[in-house]
Design a protein around this ligand. Structure first.
Ligand SMILES: [Zn+2]
Length: 302
């Protein structure tokens, strides 16, 4: 079955923390962001594949760079131009983690489509309502079992982000594009989201509390995040992202190196999580959860 999937939505409640960080790390701004209600976004599945605006559309601004084609309304001209520039370092970060095979041929340029408002974003997603979209910074979309079509950008949400925040969100989404382009579409959601965050954050100077504060503040988890956890509202979604980031750190530390991390991901997507965990030396899921809880305890102290 081929249907549109929102492959990964980066929620503004996570990204907005970065705004405060770049402007002096005002903790009150950070806690405000954390408490922002984030209705479900990733749970929504549109009914058909959306059609990003044609490049010849006269009322759209189009900017091409070596790795992206960015399209947006004239009101977002500055963002169109900036994303075309930010695309190159984001793509290079993804290349380092995932190799360069994902960006060959037609996929050489990732399509970034900026929506002027949540109504326009809902239109791109073929949704009848805008529920949750105000708090969604960006979303990678595409049919099941196929490379991603595009990354839709929530223009007003991005306008409110720092340059660092924009870079992190863009890199996160381009990780989703890369993993899908190489056919790894069936990894557990926590691994998809955690790996995207792991790659997007690791070259920043942000510390664990800045990246995953909600997850570190929450009680220790008993089990790995489910897909539904990412659809939760408010800080619960941020907790799911942070916990998943921590889980991928555990894997990365165990397997060592980007190519080994990629093999783990591919094994989880193509075989099973159990097989992937065994390949990394974990006897079973319970053993991995134990190591993950220890990692969260450790991160709380840093
Ligand atoms: Zn994502």
């Amino acid at each position: 079955m081929r249907r549109l999937l929102m492959l990964g939505a980066f929620l503004l409640v996570v990204a907005s923390l970065l705004v405060a960080l770049l402007h002096g790390g005002d903790s009150s701004a950070g806690s405000t962001a954390r408490s922002t209600a984030v209705p479900s976004a990733a749970s929504t599945q549109a009914r058909r594949v959306p059609s990003p605006p044609a490049s010849s559309s006269s009322n759209q601004v189009i900017e091409n760079s070596s790795r992206c084609q960015v399209t947006g309304p004239p009101s977002e001209r500055n963002l169109v131009e900036q994303l075309a520039e930010l695309c190159q370092p984001s793509a290079a970060t993804v290349d380092n983690a995932w190799g360069k095979a994902w960006a060959k041929g037609d996929g050489r340029r990732t399509r970034l489509v900026i929506a002027a408002n949540t109504q326009a974003l809902a239109g791109l997603l073929d949704r009848e309502d805008t529920k949750g979209l105000a708090d969604t910074a960006a979303v990678t979309v595409g049919p099941e079992e196929a490379p991603a079509h595009a990354v839709f950008i929530n223009g007003p949400a991005f306008d409110g982000l720092s340059t660092l925040g924009r870079q992190v969100v863009l890199t996160h989404e381009m990780v989703h594009v890369a993993t899908r382009a190489t056919g790894d579409n069936d990894a557990p959601t926590w691994l998809e989201e955690g790996f995207a965050d792991y790659v997007a954050y690791r070259h920043t100077k942000l510390n664990a509390d800045q990246i995953a504060g909600d997850a570190l503040d929450a009680p220790l988890p008993e089990s790995l995040p489910t897909t539904a956890d990412f659809n939760a509202s408010g800080s619960k979604a941020a907790i799911a992202y942070g916990r998943s980031w921590a889980a991928v750190r555990v894997v990365a530390a165990r397997v060592g190196g980007d190519s080994a991390m990629k093999r783990f991901y591919e094994t989880a997507a193509q075989q099973s999580l159990t097989a992937a965990l065994r390949s990394a030396g974990f006897a079973d899921t319970a053993a991995f959860v134990k190591a993950w809880r220890a990692e969260i305890r450790q991160l709380r102290r840093t």
